[in-house]
Design a protein around this ligand. Sequence first.
Ligand code: FES
Length: 160
Amino acid sequence: MRFSDQFEARFAEMLTHYPTKRSVLVPTLLYAQDEVGFLSDEVIREIAERVSLTELEVRNVISYYSMLTTKPRGKFHVQVCTNIACLLRGGEEILDHCKQRLGVGNKQTTADGLFSLEEVECIGACSWAPAAQVNYDFHENLTSDEMDKVLDEYRRKGTQ
Ligand code: FES
C-alpha cells in the first residue's frame, strides 16, 4: 500500500532516532491512522512488515491504546471524559448532551460521518473539568452551551 510522501519522510526520520524498528510502532500507527482514518487490515499488515513485528503483535498494541482504532470513526472524534473530576463537574451531563445533540450513542458515528462519540477515562485535563477532546484539540470547563458551540464550530469546518 502507498502512504503519502509526508508519511514516508516522517517514518524514515523516526527510524534514525531509535536503535530498533519496533520503537517507532506507536507514532507510525498514529500517523497512519491520521492519514487513512483508521487502522485497516491492510495498514496493519504494512506496518507490521515495516517494523519487523507480526500482525498479532501490532494488533495487541492497538488494543492497548484507546486513541488507536481498527474501525472507521467520524471526521471529528469527540471524546468526553466522565472520570472522577469531570464526573463531579458535570461530565456525564456533557456526554448525555452530546448523545442527544449528535443523535448517536457511545462509540457510534453520525450518519453523515462527521462525528463519532466516545466516553473516555481521564484525558489529563482534570483542573479544567469537565473536559472533552476532539481529535487532538482539548475543550475545557464545558457546559452544554459551550459544548454546542464546540460542535457547531466543527460542523462548520467539516462542511466547508
Ligand atoms: S477526570 Fe476528566 S480530565 Fe481528568
